[in-house]
Design a protein. Structure first.
Length: 125
């Protein structure tokens, strides 16, 4: 029903998702490299926030969008038991936001790769 609390929540999540984006920020200094996730309006805003935090210390900053991959999105779709296909769910503003957030927080662990050379040599270490 229009004006319902669920409608208000859906609209608030859609507005928040359109205004604020998450970025992975990697900062390289003489002391080492630090990586973290930050929220900003755009990549330039994430860089400006980090430059203010670093002050006069020389550093290198790399900013990339923090979007999960398709495998993590599919796993989130199954875990949250969303009805309908993944593509339709991602187009909905509120459900898409929830799926992306879940996929970022619960990444899919890949299966360990098989070393075929050791298996061919019967190394069972």
């Amino acid at each position: 029903m229009r004006g319902d609390t669920a409608d208000d929540l859906r609209q608030a999540l859609a507005i928040h998702d359109n205004l604020v984006q998450k970025f992975n920020v990697k900062v390289r200094t003489s002391n080492g490299t630090a990586t973290f996730c930050t929220c900003a309006m755009n990549a330039a805003g994430a860089v400006e926030a980090e430059l203010e935090r670093q002050g006069d210390n020389p550093c290198g900053i790399t900013v990339t969008p923090a979007n999960p991959d398709e495998l993590a999105l599919a796993a989130a779709h199954r875990a949250l038991r969303v009805a309908g296909p993944l593509e339709v769910a991602l187009k909905d503003p509120s459900i898409g936001c929830v799926l992306r957030a879940y996929a970022r927080k619960h990444p899919v662990r890949s299966t360990p790769s098989v070393d075929f050379k050791s298996r061919a040599a019967n190394d069972r270490d």
